[in-house]
Design a protein. Structure first.
Length: 291
């Protein structure tokens, strides 16, 4: 498979009139068909062709604060089969992630890892809608352009997980950073693409409620606009980590959140091994300056 600039399709949120009077939403549990409102979502997506630039030869040009993403070399001590075990991931891999996060600009005073996701491009589509509370489930790569967290969802996370220290932590710098890596295989069929946040127009990102039985969160989906600039890392290896920023309370940095999506690489070998990957999501805190 050759690397370079390629063209493929990803899913954007449609610009629907309904969003002028109803907030976008998704329910991640079955809805009674006889309910007064049997809808599980009011979203519609549209496929758009995009150009993706391979940053393989210039990874050092991109940083988390400037572009919302960065690449690093961080081999894992875990075997590929270890990632099937949720407790192994939590007790061993989370510690590796905390070490990786020390490389971000400004470092951190404290990290709280609240979630992780496993993805496998060979997962059958009919099995793709699984219990989102099941961290052992292998989901398909997502083609929908999104940012994982809204500002309100981040505040809710802190309130939920760290309620006794919420005011103190919120007074400092708060970031949500995802640490993404392939498992076992070099990525050929479904790379993860990331959009330069500085190329996103005002109004392109739309908040959407994500409602589970046990938790209500929110992410942002993105409308298509001309000029959006997309990148990916060609043939990403398991020892290479991709850091993606989902939120930053510091408004002075150029990148406070990075839209992303997976796309099918048009030059991939049909016989290539399926992409397997893990994404760990972390609250990253810098304590407020002492007065």
């Amino acid at each position: 498979m050759a690397c370079g600039t390629v063209t493929s399709e990803i899913n954007y949120l449609k610009r629907l009139e309904i969003f002028e009077y109803e907030r976008p939403f998704q329910l991640f549990f079955p809805v009674d068909k006889d309910a007064s409102d049997p809808r599980s979502s009011n979203l519609e997506f549209e496929m758009k062709e995009q150009t993706f630039i391979d940053i393989r030869d210039k990874t050092d040009d991109f940083s988390l604060d400037s572009y919302g993403f960065q690449i690093g070399m961080h081999p894992t001590a875990l075997a590929p089969t270890d990632f099937n075990n949720e407790e192994t991931v939590k007790t061993r891999y989370y510690d590796e992630v905390k070490e990786i996060l020390k490389t971000i600009e400004g470092g951190y005073d404290e990290v709280y890892i609240f979630d992780h996701r496993l993805r496998d491009s060979s997962t059958p589509k009919e099995e793709a809608l699984l219990d989102m509370n099941n961290l052992s489930a292998w989901l398909r790569p997502s083609p929908n352009v999104h940012v994982d967290q809204t500002p309100g969802a981040v505040a809710h996370r802190i309130e939920l997980h760290l309620p006794e220290r919420e005011d103190f932590l919120m007074a400092g710098r708060v970031r949500v950073v995802n640490v993404w890596r392939p498992i076992e295989n070099t990525v050929e069929d479904y790379p993860l693409a990331f959009c330069d946040p500085r190329s996103v127009r005002d109004g392109d990102l739309v908040e959407c409620d994500h409602i589970r039985r046990q938790y209500k969160g929110a992410n942002m989906y993105m409308h298509y606009s001309p000029g959006q600039q997309w990148y990916y890392l060609g043939r990403q290896k398991p020892e290479e980590t991709l850091l993606l920023k989902m939120f930053d309370s510091d408004p002075t940095v150029p990148a406070t959140g990075c839209p992303h999506a997976s796309f099918h690489h048009p030059l991939s070998d049909p016989q290539s091994k399926p992409r397997k990957s893990i994404e760990v999501r972390a609250l990253v805190f810098n304590y407020p300056a002492e007065e």
